[in-house]
Design a binder for this molecule. Sequence first.
Ligand code: GLN
Length: 311
Amino acid sequence: MPDLAGILPELAAEMAAIKDRGTVAGYIPQLGKVDPDQFGIAVMMNDGRVFTAGDAGKPFSIQSISKVFSLTLALGHVGDALWRRVGREPSGNPFNSIVQLERENGIPRNPFINAGAIVVADILLQGHQPKEAIGEALRFVQYLADDETITIDRAVAASERATGFRNFALANYMRAFDNLRHPPELTLGVYFHLCAIEMSCVQLARAGRYLAHGGRHPDTPHSVVSAERARRINALMLTCGHYDGSGDFAFKVGIPGKSGVGGGILGIVPGVASLAVWSPGLNANGNSKLGSQALEILARRMNWSIFAPRG
Ligand code: GLN
């Protein structure tokens, strides 16, 4: 195997030298304050080895990466019935787009765009108070990462609520199609708080391990999900995890990945590793600019694309 312990610091140094770092997500005022001159990366190999570089231990807002964990949890609650309310096709549209919803009767294209994740949050709310649903999701992420120090940044959640007009529009619109079962402000309360979970690259890469291990939690004898479900979540990450930039990410990097407007990306190399990268500046699709570049370089050096011949 190429020498990851050497490659990661090299990669961090290469990224530090880049001047054009993209734009931080100013539409959420609290995220607009984050210093763009940061870069971190963490790789958890399936054999237990851990490699990190840069700001790998610094917590950031995971934003839409939470959509992977909330989907996993909601599938546990309602199983494949979830797919009656959310599709499984790439949207080819921005993450917060409303246009497809009218033509497609309030059924979002996939669980990784905002509309889809709002329906998923609505499913998590079933039979619970918002506080309980948020608590359950946070505990689930803590369990996956085996780290109880993971928290929600309340200021980010409040900032999103104050400026989340598009998300309110999406939720109200889907409620009109009866694809939301709770008052939009309650469902969105769950959605905003899950987006506002704070994690470092190390914590995020740990939380993603079950997807690299065929659904198994590597610290326990238990399965988080079946091998088939893990494979399917990975497939959705590959096809939908970067919104209208998903095709480009598959083309350049070639692994399942999920981005968030906090600048993080969770990447899965099935059977090999779970990894997370973070740099707050975004490209035009709302995906981390340097994060995507770094993963492209890393996947090439490691031959990690799922489309590359093995062995
Ligand atoms: N909380 C963000 C929003 O709803 C999540 C979007 C993202 O990370 N792409 O706009």
